[in-house]
Design a protein around this ligand. Sequence first.
Ligand SMILES: Nc1ncnc2c1ncn2[C@@H]1O[C@H](COP(=O)(O)OP(=O)(O)OP(=O)(O)O)[C@@H](O)[C@H]1O
Ligand SMILES: Nc1ccn([C@H]2C[C@H](O)[C@@H](COP(=O)(O)O)O2)c(=O)n1
Length: 417
Amino acid sequence: MARHLKLLVQRWSSRVFSVEVDGAPRYFGVREQLRGEPVPPDVFSEVQKQDRCYSLLVCSGDRVTGDRFHWELRDRLQTQLPPGSGLRSMSSFIPDQKGSLLKGYFLQSQAGNSSLIEDILTDLEQRNPVLVCSYSQSEDGQQWTQCLWYQSEENPVRFCVVPSETPKHHPSVLNMINSDVFYSLEEACDVLKQCGDIIPETRSVLGMLPSSLDARRKPDFPVIVIEGLDATGKTTLTESLRDSLGATLLRSPPQCLSAWRGRFDREPPLIRRAFYAVGNYITAEQINQEASKSPVIVDRFWHSTAAYAIATAVTGPVSNLPHEGAEVYRWPGDLLQPSLVILLTLDPEERKRRLRSRGLMKTDEEEELDHNKLFRLRVEEAYRRIVGPACTALDASPSADLVLQQALLLIRAKCHL
Ligand SMILES: Nc1ncnc2c1ncn2[C@@H]1O[C@H](COP(=O)(O)OP(=O)(O)OP(=O)(O)O)[C@@H](O)[C@H]1O
Ligand SMILES: Nc1ccn([C@H]2C[C@H](O)[C@@H](COP(=O)(O)O)O2)c(=O)n1
């Protein structure tokens, strides 16, 4: 462990630290020596003089264990820490270096709580793959320093905390490929296989995969995917299209995974997204079989998996998303390509009205869409940026019948049906 940490901190001063404040990242760096006037980064602007701050970064070599530990750590800290600890998500990364992201938490200890908090942190660091740093303020309140806890307490190396420029990419973008969004069945299966011992259900999920998949096989009949946020009318439209076109209706995740979906929805992003990715490949095989007999309509597919994953991994405004044309928006090479993807778009107020009138239970991400405008905007924009195929937007605000007619026009024009 100590060797692993030593390697990690070798490039410590090239790292940028990012703390989530009001749903958007704030950045700071550390230097061995301060050059020029000290300017405290704004992360510390509201911290009282007598308070200390701490960061915990998860640094497990095994990503499944690391992600699960990071996920559980929030609950653990929330229950153990005294009120007023201001727990926030944080991360550390080397700008532009893919795979360099470490995830963790940032907290404050108010005077009077410090020994309790230090006991919790010491215990955590001794038993788990976590690197703890403490932050304290100089006497004159002008300078913050960071100290790595794993070193001997008698002679800790202190780094000066300095402001950092906003990096070109949101930190999460550095670790997104094959962590949040999977680009091959093999990568997604690898994650699920690693979970076999901790989540026995993964064996049943993997058992649903066909023995071979051929993404290059061209379906005889058109395959039309309907995408959109919840309550935009996908179920209504897909059922009407099935009836109008004499098509087969499929969905992703497929029916055969329904029993395990709730289980994977409670897992951290790495495992949850791998589950949905595998679901797309199982649906792809069903499409292959059905599209030799009739047109196929699919309720959600790859666009949903990628758009929700990207929009969740990134925080803050739409400008924090990976830029248009970035690698993360490309279609996986080994996944069947639909003939047409229709994205239903709807005014947020009308969507809310439909949600209320339907009154069904919602997943955490659907709940988040309701409460967090920025999240909704990021999902919508990510949908629009995905290519290979890109989606065609369709205004879903007219009556169900009119939306159906418009969809049929698009399908006839594109798929010659
Ligand atoms: N064009 C429309 N005009 C008015 N109401 C509609 C229209 N289309 C669907 N609805 C109603 O809006 C609600 C949501 O529609 P639907 O269940 O089809 O959406 P969905 O996109 O499948 O949702 P989810 O993804 O959450 O399953 C339902 O009550 C449905 O009757
Ligand atoms: N192919 C899919 C389908 C769904 N998801 C995820 C994205 C959302 O969190 C949620 C929405 O699904 P719904 O409740 O409308 O069935 O499921 C996905 O990642 N990939």
